[in-house]
Design a binder for this molecule. Structure first.
Ligand SMILES: [Fe+2]
Ligand SMILES: [Fe+2]
Length: 242
């Protein structure tokens, strides 16, 4: 995965990135207010409850991750074929994502989730994540990919970094939390890569921000809180094993 060669980014490119970043920060603040996050960060919450919620969020990741990855490849596979460097860079990043669904499957099992739970059909909010990604992949301007992907990567970086002190402070088992722990560094790198890619693309394709914001909004309509709320409900219903 290589960032684009250094160029002067246009003012519109810098403004587009700042607005996308501002939106992710706002969503992150909403996550911090979410009932599930307050549960995870409350020192009074039993460790088993925290791990149960993480297990259910990870089950959702295992349900959608292969589909969002394949949809991503499809979407930027529709980019202008002359833009070889951009396609190469996005392929390199997505190749690094490819196995992360496997981490989710492994963590889900290590946190006590049954094979039947993850093999079952996804619940609606999780199904909707894959559905939105595939619809964007098929009909949207492929440059819009960068807006939705920035929400995915930067939000994961922020949330997993905030989870690290809780994992350490509550002495949670690192073995079942590989997805969370590795993404704290992995997605900080990926978000930086996307930052430069977004600014490069907007500089070279001045009409592209509209699609980036549109895809950001499509994805945000289904992610993260609808999916994480669904996971919280499963945890509260004691649904480790359906
Ligand atoms: Fe990832
Ligand atoms: Fe990533």
């Amino acid at each position: 995965m290589n960032a684009m060669p250094p160029i002067r980014y246009s003012e519109a490119a810098q403004a587009t990135f700042c607005e996308l970043d501002r939106r992710v920060t706002e969503i992150y603040e909403q996550v911090r207010e979410w009932r599930g996050w307050r549960l995870i960060s409350d020192p009074q919450t039993p460790r088993e409850t925290i791990l149960g919620l993480v297990r259910e969020i990870i089950r959702s990741v295992a349900w959608y991750q292969a589909h969002t990855t394949e949809a991503g490849f499809h979407m930027f596979g529709r980019l202008p074929k002359s833009d070889v460097r951009l396609i190469q860079a996005l392929c390199g990043h997505k190749a690094e994502e490819a196995e992360h669904g496997l981490w989710a499957h492994e963590d889900h099992a290590k946190l006590g989730g049954s094979p039947a739970a993850v093999a079952a059909p996804p619940l609606p909010a999780t199904f909707a994540v894959a559905a939105v990604w595939w619809r964007m992949a098929q009909v949207e301007d492929p440059l819009g990919y960068l807006g939705a992907e920035y929400l995915f990567e930067q939000l994961t970086a922020l949330v997993t970094q905030a989870a690290l002190p809780i994992i350490a402070g509550r002495n949670l088992p690192r073995d079942g939390l590989r997805f969370v722990i590795e993404h704290a560094t992995e997605d900080a790198k990926h978000a930086t890569f996307l930052k430069h890619t977004i600014m490069d693309v907007v500089t070279r394709y001045p009409e592209s921000p509209e699609a980036m914001f549109r895809c950001f909004d499509y994805f945000h309509h289904v992610y993260p809180l609808p999916v994480w709320d669904e996971a919280l409900q499963r945890m509260e219903a004691g649904a480790a094993n359906p």
